[in-house]
Write a protein that binds this ligand. Sequence first.
Ligand SMILES: Nc1ncnc2c1ncn2[C@@H]1O[C@H](COP(=O)(O)OP(=O)(O)O)[C@@H](O)[C@H]1O
Ligand SMILES: [Mg+2]
Length: 242
Amino acid sequence: MNTTVTVSNIFKSFGKVVAINGLSFEVREGEIVGLLGPNGAGKTTTVRIISTIIKPDKGEVTVSGFNVVTNPKEVRNEIGVVFENANLYEKLSVADNLQFFGELHGLRAFDLKQRIFELLELFGLKERARDKVATLSKGMKQKLSIAIALVHNPKILILDEPTSGLDVPSARSLRDMIKRIVKEKRKSVILCTHNMLEAQYLSDRIVLMNKGKKVVEGTPEELEKMSGVENLEEVFLHLIKE
Ligand SMILES: Nc1ncnc2c1ncn2[C@@H]1O[C@H](COP(=O)(O)OP(=O)(O)O)[C@@H](O)[C@H]1O
Ligand SMILES: [Mg+2]
């Protein structure tokens, strides 16, 4: 399997705060990698570096072979990103939000129309296409944010705490949707979460982070076996304690 994202020994500090302290991992084609860790572990900083929003102090990151520092434009073409505070235009309709972001990506009118139709269908938003975003539930807004991230058909999807703030049924529905769509569309995914059950449910592989470093990496099953307990939550608490 080909590698789509390579993070090699990166470091990032904000003043005296060391956010990333020598982190390496890879994401292969079609794989969902969960970046799991407690608050402050460095997950968001890591995906901000991968998304070319900030630069690493040291180390190298490539996306589909493009270096994030020297080829940010090419990198941005390869990825779709959903950060925690979704950037939606509340006064515009669902379809017009997709239209707006599609145009930002320079999609041609005909392609974009097709694409919007497909995404509305895929995310169960067809009935709400003409409604203002302000009238949507939080879960639906989150679905729309992911649809927008996919509007230019990127190979890689980055999701930062996608279900935070959602109630249990909405979170469940969103997770099921993420899993179905990324497998169906063969996307590679980086999922940042502090929620162990979410990482366990969605990830093919988990990179457990703490204090800007990788603590351990493996499939959810491997991580469970490694510490001889059945629940990843135990592994998580156990490793963070050490
Ligand atoms: N822009 C910033 N300025 C100062 N400190 C920051 C900034 N961004 C992140 N940090 C710090 O870096 C560390 C890692 O943060 P972050 O990557 O947001 O962690 P996570 O997403 O895992 O909760 C934290 O200590 C946080 O306070
Ligand atoms: Mg974060």
